[in-house]
Write a protein that binds this ligand. Structure first.
Ligand SMILES: NC(=O)c1ccc[n+]([C@@H]2O[C@H](COP(=O)([O-])OP(=O)(O)OC[C@H]3O[C@@H](n4cnc5c(N)ncnc54)[C@H](O)[C@@H]3O)[C@@H](O)[C@H]2O)c1
Ligand SMILES: Nc1ncnc2c1ncn2[C@@H]1O[C@H](COP(=O)(O)OP(=O)(O)OP(=O)(O)O)[C@@H](O)[C@H]1O
Length: 292
């Protein structure tokens, strides 16, 4: 079996986690490959038995699973390495919320053994891609998002106007701080904070959620995920911001943004007892209502 390890932060408690993971994997004769910068920080000598990778290209197609050590932000970053390689991703939650990173530190051992026994299922996650006219050099390579693509105002307190078309048909012009186009995975992130609905990960839909719209009747809209969304933004400043998950860049007004589902999906490792419904009960606290 071949397993890749990814992490973006190295802190005081990281060594213990990494040592435990490497011990179990190497004892079980797994071929381990660790992201280069993360590997440089690791102290345990066990790392000498592992190879390294530093880019999407260096991550081989035949890796069985990628283990992300961190929070949700680390998983979003891991996705930029995996892209269309179909490598299942599992997150060990060394972060805070860990909505996408489902394995808790205290359960590393049993869950790793389940991975080694291939005792898990795959939760397919759709992504969004973005193309700009005219082209923006920052949005050519990493032009996809697992959670959402957002446009928002930059260097101003003034609202921006977001002219929105669905499959070429005019929908509306949002007067707002911004607009979020979210996947089902992203529906529990930024979109939820702006009043969007929660979608279960397997529905074939997207959500368009305005950020503080001054059109008071504008509401989050759920649309089929094969819709091509076109946005044209204008405002008092010459530029506005476009973000794809944790990555952000500036774009010039009047640029046409085309957003659609990517041709590839991300495979998230899913364990029956840590499913989506359990996660919203536990991490969005739906299960905390004492009347239940
Ligand atoms: N007001 C907000 O709620 C807000 C604002 C900006 C970004 N975000 C989210 O943060 C993501 C980027 O992560 P970051 O680490 O760079 O930012 P960050 O450090 O601000 O963390 C954002 C929080 O969102 C949570 N989160 C991320 N993806 C999630 C998901 N799919 N479901 C539930 N919770 C999720 C994370 O656990 C974290 O606690 C964005 O994709 C966006 O969804 C949320
Ligand atoms: N490899 C790691 N080892 C130890 N702690 C980590 C590691 N990676 C992340 N963390 C802790 O988690 C925090 C958040 O990490 P990350 O950016 O991955 O997640 P996030 O998007 O903020 O989401 P979450 O709410 O799940 O933490 C970091 O600031 C750090 O405290």
């Amino acid at each position: 079996m071949k397993i890749a390890i990814f992490g973006q932060y190295y802190q005081s408690d990281t060594e213990e986690i990494v040592e435990k993971v490497l011990q179990i994997l190497l004892e079980n004769k797994v071929f381990v490959i660790i992201e280069k910068k993360f590997k440089q920080n690791i102290k345990t000598e066990l790392k000498e038995k592992c190879n390294s990778y530093s880019s999407h290209e260096e991550l081989e197609h035949d890796i069985d699973v990628l283990i992300s050590i961190g929070g949700d932000g680390t998983i979003l970053r891991a996705v930029t390495y995996v892209r269309d390689k179909n490598i299942p991703i599992v997150g060990i939650n060394a972060g805070r919320l860990g909505f996408l990173a489902t394995v808790q530190i205290k359960s590393i051992e049993p869950f790793l053994h389940r991975i080694l026994a291939r005792d898990y299922s795959i939760s397919k996650r759709s992504l969004l891609s973005l193309s700009c006219t005219p082209k923006n050099p920052d949005l050519v390579d990493l032009n996809f998002a697992l959670n959402e693509i957002t446009v928002s105002r930059k260097d101003t307190t003034s609202m921006i106007t977001i002219e929105t078309y669905l499959n070429g048909e005019y929908l509306t012009s949002y007067w707002a701080d911004g607009l979020i186009i979210s996947t089902p995975t992203g529906s529990t992130g930024y979109s939820l904070s702006c009043g969007g609905p929660v979608l279960t990960p397997n529905v074939n839909s997207l959500v368009i959620t305005p950020i503080a719209p001054h059109n008071l009747n504008a509401r989050p809209l759920v649309i089929p995920d094969d819709t091509e969304i076109t946005l044209k933004v204008s405002g008092r400043e010459e530029q506005y911001l476009v973000s794809l998950d944790s990555r952000i860049t500036s774009v010039t007004n009047e640029t046409l943004l085309k957003i659609e589902k990517t041709s590839f999906e991300i495979n998230m490792v899913a364990f029956n007892e840590e499913g989506f419904l359990k996660t919203i009960r536990k991490k969005l606290l739906w299960g905390e209502d004492r009347r239940n």
